[in-house]
Design a binder for this molecule. Structure first.
Ligand code: NAG
Ligand code: NAG
Ligand code: NAG
Ligand code: NAG
Ligand code: NAG
Ligand code: NAG
Length: 443
């Protein structure tokens, strides 16, 4: 009778996945930025939080909040979308996903925020204090897990000489204050060696940050007036993922805090002359200083992966695709138009690199330009078994990460399902010990 009772308890608690959490099948972080303005894109490009698949990410970052340079507080850049009292309430819609086991942080800054107001805020102890206090209040109000600093970049783009030291002070003081609130503190940093040298004291900020999100893209673009990869794994000019990660490790960034950024977009180029045949590798060809736009993101020189793959599916006779082996990136050519981008293969090779280097995981810029509607399934037919044809890039990332994450000889801790089983048994036994006398009396 005792055994049936214990078996019953095991049945009840043993198969119970604590609070219905979505557990990724690997031990790496997958940090997904959500560009809040993606909601305003036209047609199939419009991305709202309902399109998010929480199981693909371990961390979400809401991009972006801003700095109010009148009183040095954090501020919403789009109160109508962010806050429910004005409109949609996306902050709380996103932080509600914490119930599913995700960590949800608020990103502050980004390219459009620039560097000047960040620089002025960080330059004074009083302003930092005001900023940090307002941030704590803000994160608590909307129930975020933490803050992601997206200062692009300390010491550059109008920033000041002492930004590098002031950034350390900002990060240290945020850490000191956040400790009591158990908030996460992360930062997105440039992948460019010169920008790193100007802006970041790597050993010091590594100490205070939980994770460093390496923006390992935008190495090249139309501004180079030459077709070059947005995010090359290797490069002879030393502007590449491997060069950046090697440099950061040399500077003293711990591998277990480095998170490699993956670009779910490509950079576009217009060649100075139409090539005689589209069956050429365009890398290195001269181009104009502007590219072209995609139909949803409408930003010159930029195309989301969803826009690229839809173009390839809709107009296969117009586009010729190819692979640049040295940089491990894909390209597509249509007359004088070229887009260089990361396809599934390029992304998977980078994720394998992350595993080999034992980095903390990957960061996604940004989840709203994966093929989140599954419009390009013709290109990804081999994914038919993977629970629908949407999110080909996110699924590829998680597949590689879940592939036998830790070789068994290196494993030190028991895996989560055995921990869960063990704790269920302990729980069942203690319930039995407490209630068995009562149960025996009743029967
Ligand atoms: C910086 O702050 C000033 C003063 O509030 C504001 O006018 C300006 O737009 C801010 N800069 C950016 C890039 O938001
Ligand atoms: C910025 O701060 C000033 C001064 O307190 C305030 O008047 C203004 O409304 C704030 N702006 C935003 C967008 O919160
Ligand atoms: C800054 O301005 C905002 C918006 O008006 C206000 O809510 C906040 O109280 C002000 N903070 C400080 C420290 O003055
Ligand atoms: C592709 O690049 C790698 C790394 O540089 C090299 O080892 C390999 O031989 C190349 N393969 C081809 C087919 O060129
Ligand atoms: C899993 O990893 C092994 C060894 O690295 C590799 O041989 C295999 O192809 C991988 N499987 C998948 C599905 O990627
Ligand atoms: C985890 O442990 C369970 C029970 O010991 C075992 O069945 C399962 O294969 C393990 N999973 C991994 C990924 O090692």
């Amino acid at each position: 009778m005792v055994f049936t009772y214990v078996a019953f308890l095991l049945l009840l608690f043993g198969t119970y996945n604590v609070h219905g959490l979505i557990k990724p099948k690997h031990d790496k972080v997958v940090v997904c930025y959500v560009a809040s303005w993606a909601a305003y894109r036209p047609g199939n490009g419009a991305f709202s939080l309902e399109n998010l698949r929480p199981g693909h990410c371990t961390h979400l970052i809401y991009a972006f909040a801003g700095i109010n340079a009148s009183n040095w507080t954090i501020k919403s850049l789009d109160p109508w979308a962010d806050m429910e009292k004005n409109g949609i309430g996306n902050y709380r819609k996103m932080t509600a996903l914490r119930k599913q086991g995700l960590k949800v942080s608020l990103g502050i800054g980004g390219w459009n925020e620039g560097s000047i107001n960040y620089s002025m805020m960080a330059s004074s102890s009083d302003r930092r204090k005001t900023f940090i206090a307002s941030t704590v209040e803000f994160l608590r109000t909307y129930e975020f897990d933490g803050l992601d600093l997206d200062w692009e970049f300390p010491g550059s783009r109008g920033g000041a000489l002492y930004d590098k030291q002031n950034f350390v002070s900002l990060v240290k003081e945020l850490r000191d204050t956040f400790r009591g609130h158990r908030f996460l503190l992360t930062a997105a940093i440039s992948a460019n060696k010169d920008t790193i040298d100007i802006g970041y004291d790597i050993p010091k900020i590594s100490k205070y940050l939980d994770y460093i999100h390496v923006m390992a893209y935008d190495y090249h673009g139309a501004w180079n007036k030459q077709v070059l990869p947005n995010s090359p794994l290797r490069s002879k000019d030393r502007l590449s993922v491997e060069d950046t990660i090697t440099y950061l490790l040399q500077q003293g960034a711990p591998a277990e805090k480095l998170v490699l950024g993956l670009a779910m977009y490509g950079r576009t180029f217009v060649l100075t002359t139409v090539p005689e045949t589209p069956k050429i590798n365009p890398i290195g060809l001269p181009s104009l200083d502007t590219g072209f736009k995609g139909p949803y993101t409408s930003e010159d020189g930029f195309m989301g992966f969803n826009e690229i793959c839809e173009a390839l599916v809709l107009y296969p006779q117009e586009w010729t695709t190819g692979w640049d082996n040295y940089s491990s990136t894909a390209y597509a050519i249509k007359k004088d138009h070229v887009v260089v981008y990361d396809d599934r293969k390029a992304i998977m090779i980078k994720v394998e690199y992350v595993r080999r280097q034992k980095l903390a995981g990957v960061m996604i810029w940004s989840i709203d330009t994966d093929d989140f509607r599954g419009k390009c399934s013709l290109l990804h037919g081999d994914m038919a078994l993977l629970d629908g044809l949407d999110y080909p890039l996110m699924k590829s990332i998680n597949t590689i990460l879940a592939n036998n994450t830790i070789p068994s000889e290196e494993k030190k801790e028991p895996n989560s399902s055995s921990v869960q089983l063990l704790s269920s048994i302990v729980f069942a036994l203690s319930v039995t010990i407490i209630y068995f006398p009562l149960y025996a009396n009743l029967s």
